[in-house]
Design a protein around this ligand. Sequence first.
Ligand code: DQA
Length: 370
Amino acid sequence: MPTVVCVNGPNLDLLGRRQPEVYGALTLSELAARVRGWGDDLGLEIRWIQSNHEGAIVEAIHSARDSAGIVINPGALTHTSQALHDALLAVETPAVEVHLSNVRGRERWRRRSTVAPACVLSVFGRGAEGYRAALRHLVHRQVNPPLIGRYGPHPDQVMHMRGSGGDVGVVLVHGGFWSDAWGLDTVEGWAVDLATEGVAVASIEYRRVGSGGGFVATTADVARAIHRARDWLEVPEVAVVGHSAGAHLAVWHALSAPTPQRLTVGVAGIYDLAVADEHDLGPGAVPAFDPQHRTDPMRAGRPGGHLALVHGEDDPVVPSSQTIAYGESLGGEGAGVDVTVLAGTRHFDLLDPRRDGWKAIRASLGAVIG
Ligand code: DQA
């Protein structure tokens, strides 16, 4: 079984007692048990280490030289330690940086990470679940490691690409209520599945609320990334698939781009910003992203290209009424809009390529990628 070394830095031994409103109620040993359980599910053995000493953490990183990956939460050393940066570079083992709290939404000094440039991914603000996301990313890398492309100077102006060539490539736009705690790793299951089939695919990151995003920076990044992805994947055309707020961004691109994508697939999407705002989805997400609802698909006419909308009937995060009302407003099937509402399916089920929801999404893509 491949081993992942999970390294935790200063003060994380106090988890559960230490500012639980910031770091959560789990103790370190409860967190370790949870991470080991996720490791079992993914076929990974977890070597769990915690130390309050920088030198011991450097040595823990050294000990991971021949392992499948490193998951590292360096605590406050994140913000100062060049030694940890250098150790991570020295071992060449793929490392994912994890923080329980949203380090970008707190004191200014926490925004800086000296280890991030030596890591393949940074996950923050998702509590214990961030460790699971890190393990999943390490597994996905083993199956199919992405090429990283930067389309701007901001650290979030980045995309992960797999494969190239063909008639139509696929661009994936992740969701998360336009907020910076959620990233491109959430759509990586789709990316790996498509790449395994030989489809050229790019998962795009973009500036989000909390990290310089909001309307118009976010929508401008998505447009730029889609444009670049077409070149870098070496495909004449792309289909764009978005999940949740990413579906909103994909549809908005089809509405606003001079040459919209051939096909847009919106999955569990938000298309009526007024209603989403009224129901306080997010909560507070719509006013933080686009307070005047200037990017409201519901009030913006017919998007270019073909449109397919997929939603789980039992979605507690974004209600399926968003998809049903938007599909109806565009004239439904007769107008070239395919609407699929899947019984027994929730919001995040649709991100899992082993579940039925992905089959429906993949079938919609079949119209252009075979
Ligand atoms: C932390 C964030 C750091 O800024 C802080 O010093 C920690 C924990 C987190 O997990 O959120 O100790 O890494």
